[in-house]
Design a binder for this molecule. Structure first.
Ligand code: HEM
Length: 214
């Protein structure tokens, strides 16, 4: 059942489906606001949350595929590039909602300093770099080592921006402990998967060396 459903949702069809859901959620958030400014602020929050879920899926895909191999985790790993691009799309909508809010509420940008904008701006540079280098031709030109280095660094930068964005809100609203715990769990899952792979490598090397010792 899972495999027939996941076989239908793959590649650009999956991207389109996610993009439609993200746009529908942003439009609904905008519509329920008490006015246009409040609506765009709600849309900022909603798109940050859709981005967060997509980011978590891309960030943990290979870890879950190696720790819990199965049709769903294999599908997640196969579609990681599309999920990553869907995350970039969701964050493009976050940027559009921020711009709209800035226009409707002229006190917004003057109320922020360069320092408060710094983590988000670094996050956007990382998202742009990852989205551009997701193009297969550019990835080929970069070579696997440079590509991997850029993507691992970029993913950690984005994880750091999410961690900071959620942790700083916990004192004002304890519910932000939920996404904070989720990002922490994702980091632990990645660490466990890495350790498990290292242990597997060592034991398979020891097994292949064993016959030579006999
Ligand atoms: C300069 C760039 C950015 C600006 C100006 C910005 C601005 C904002 C604003 C105004 C909010 C809503 C605050 C509120 O009403 O409580 C928000 C929420 C948020 N943003 Fe951004 N953002 C930027 C980039 C980013 C990036 C790159 C990320 C993540 C990679 C991110 C993640 C979040 C998160 C997690 C929230 C909280 C959503 C919630 O309340 O659940 N932002 N941002």
């Amino acid at each position: 059942m899972t495999s027939s459903r996941t076989a239908f949702l793959h590649g650009w069809r999956l991207f389109l489906a996610i993009a439609v859901v993200v746009l529908a959620c942003a439009a609904a958030a905008f519509a329920i606001g008490s006015d246009a400014a409040d609506g765009s602020r709600t849309a900022i929050r909603v798109t940050a949350r859709s981005s967060f879920l997509l980011f978590l899926a891309a960030f943990t895909a290979s870890s879950f595929a190696s720790l819990l191999p199965g049709p769903f985790t294999q599908w997640l790993l196969r579609e990681r590039r599309i999920i990553g691009l869907s995350f970039a799309f969701s964050h493009l909508v976050h940027a559009i909602a921020i711009t709209t809010f800035g226009v409707l509420n002229p006190a917004f940008w003057p109320g922020r300093s360069a320092l408060t904008n710094l983590p988000g701006s670094i996050g956007y540079v990382a998202i742009l770099a990852l989205a551009i280098t997701s193009h297969r031709g550019i990835a080929r030109q970069m070579g696997p080592t440079a590509w991997r280095r850029l993507h691992v660094t970029g993913m950690w930068i984005i994880a750091a921006v999410f961690t900071y964005s959620y942790f700083k809100r916990v004192p004002g609203n304890f519910w932000y402990a939920v996404p904070s715990a989720l990002i922490f769990t994702a980091i632990v899952v990645r660490w466990i998967a890495k350790r498990a792979q290292a242990i597997k490598r060592v034991s398979s090397r020891a097994r292949s060396a064993a016959p030579a010792l006999r």
